[in-house]
Ligand binder design. Structure first.
Ligand code: SF4
Ligand code: FES
Length: 215
């Protein structure tokens, strides 16, 4: 094995089991506290481990199944055209973390139809929200410009309290990418209930999953 392959930062899915992470430089909680890491770690994604974020073998006891459902009917990109900028959104990618609606309610208001109106905020304000969206569900483009997620160059996994893993610049192979997904920033299911595994589809939010409860 070459040195480059050995030091590559990667996520591998274990069938009906955990996510195996190699060479990750930073594993942190959403409050910024660092989680002691190892060169190779198995992270829980069934929701049942008593040693979260690490796997303790509970996936076997609960007979966790990691195969995704058919989400093709939910895998759609919605387009919201504004004067200076167009916003794109794929709901199946959204983890409902609400950075958008809490950060810029004038533009992103889930109670309104359409829920996105790019003209009700400045271009810079909308760009900041797209950059902050952890799942890559949001993108934007300027007239004649490319569609972009505004990804960071940092490399980490952040554990959202009662929510998914936020992944930034870690390679994951052999997965089905939803339309318009970012391969640099995405969210991975930690509760075991997503229909779009290994990605989070917001199911933890719908079932009010708590990561300090097991099973
Ligand atoms: S994941 Fe993105 S689109 Fe979904 S609620 Fe959070 S910021 Fe909004
Ligand atoms: S953590 Fe979001 S669906 Fe499982």
């Amino acid at each position: 094995m070459s040195e480059e392959t050995e030091s590559k930062v990667t996520i591998e899915e274990r069938e009906d089991g955990p996510l195996v992470i190699k060479n990750l430089p930073l594993l942190e909680n959403s409050d910024g506290s660092e989680v002691p890491k190892r060169p190779v770690m198995a992270l829980c994604r069934c929701g049942a481990s008593k040693r979260k974020p690490f796997c303790d073998g509970s996936h076997m006891a609960i007979e966790f199944k990691s195969a995704p459902e058919d989400v093709s009917d939910r895998d759609k990109v919605y387009t919201y055209e504004g004067k200076d900028l167009t916003v794109y959104y794929n709901k199946v990618l959204c983890s409902h973390a609400a950075e958008c609606s809490t950060g810029l309610k004038s533009v992103f208001d889930p109670a309104r139809k359409p829920w996105v109106d790019p003209d009700l905020g400045s271009v810079d304000e909308v760009k900041k929200i797209v950059a902050d969206c952890p799942s890559g569900a949001l993108r934007f483009s300027e007239p004649d410009g490319p569609e972009t997620h505004l990804e960071s160059d940092d490399c980490y996994i952040r554990i959202e309290k009662n929510g998914p893993y936020h992944v930034c610049n870690v390679e994951i192979e052999n997965v089905r990418w939803a339309k318009g997904a970012s391969q640099k920033k995405f969210v991975l299911c930690r509760c075991g209930k997503s229909g779009n595994k290994p990605f989070c589809d917001g199911a933890h939010y719908d079932v009010k999953w708590k990561d300090d409860e097991t099973g």
